[in-house]
Design a protein around this ligand. Structure first.
Ligand code: 13P
Length: 252
């Protein structure tokens, strides 16, 4: 049985005082939450320490939004997996569509990041997803298959529950238009098949989650009517009330 995962990607938001207030207020609203759901807060690097200070001693985990694949050296502006662990992170996102589309991250880079992070003992959320144009032209399954196959190639999967694939259709991110349970199911099925081909029995424990305009109003429909194992939440994760509501509803 895979435990649901709700991860809140705060993207490039939250000054220090805002991060502290949000994390505190969220915790107050869901005091004993992680019996039934894994919860990860993923703030910008600059406030990792602030959020860590608030969630220390609780079941809520800390994550980062990106990582570089080298351990250390002359890579100005990059952050290594070891640095993330040193900052208290147990999770990291790789291959978010904003990094792919705004910053030109390639499938090959995503693969290197996923591998380095897993090798370092971080839990990894690998993001994949198609653009509107790719979906409308019927290419989405092919695109997602390519993204997943490249990202997971050469991975040694010692602990399958450390790997999460997030299906985040680009057209659903920040648009208020979420995938239907059928659409999410369809892609989830493809990803499940690919992970099965690559990892065999171990793939059963790999979680496949959905992201893109997830809110308290649609989380039950999405989780209840599909086989997805949780959500990667953007905008709704920037408010304590909505994030708490999503977490509670995901466990019902
Ligand atoms: P929204 O929930 O704001 O659509 O963002 C989703 C996302 O990109 C999470 O990583």
């Amino acid at each position: 049985m895979r435990k649901p995962l709700i991860a809140a990607n705060w993207k490039m938001n939250m000054l220090r005082w805002e991060a502290e207030e949000l994390a505190r207020s969220f915790l107050e609203k869901v005091p004993d939450l992680t019996e039934y759901t894994d919860v990860v807060l993923i703030p910008p690097y600059t406030v990792l320490d602030v959020v860590k200070g608030v969630i220390d001693g609780t079941n809520v985990k800390l994550g980062a939004q990106n990582v570089f694949w080298e351990e250390k050296g002359a890579f100005t502006g990059e952050i290594s997996p070891g640095m993330l662990k040193d900052s208290g992170c147990e999770w990291v996102i790789v291959g978010h569509s904003e990094r792919r589309h705004v910053l030109g991250e390639t499938d090959d880079m995503v693969k290197k990041k996923a591998r380095a992070a897993l090798d370092y003992g971080l839990n990894v959320i690998v993001c994949v997803g198609e653009t509107l144009e790719e979906r409308e032209s019927g290419k989405h399954i092919k695109i997602i298959t390519g993204q997943v196959e490249i990202a997971l190639s050469d991975l040694e999967l010692e602990t399958p529950h450390s790997l999460v694939i997030a299906y985040e259709p680009v057209w659903a991110i920040g648009t208020g238009k979420h995938a239907t349970p059928d659409e999410a199911n369809d892609v989830q099925g493809t990803i499940r098949e690919i992970t099965g081909n690559i990892f065999g029995d171990k793939a059963t424990d790999v979680r496949i989650i959905y992201g893109g305009s997830v809110t308290p109003d649609n989380i039950k429909e999405l989780i209840g009517e599909s086989h997805i194992d949780g959500a990667l939440v953007g905008g709704a994760g920037l408010k304590a009330e909505s994030l708490a509501e999503i977490v509670k509803l995901s466990g019902e």
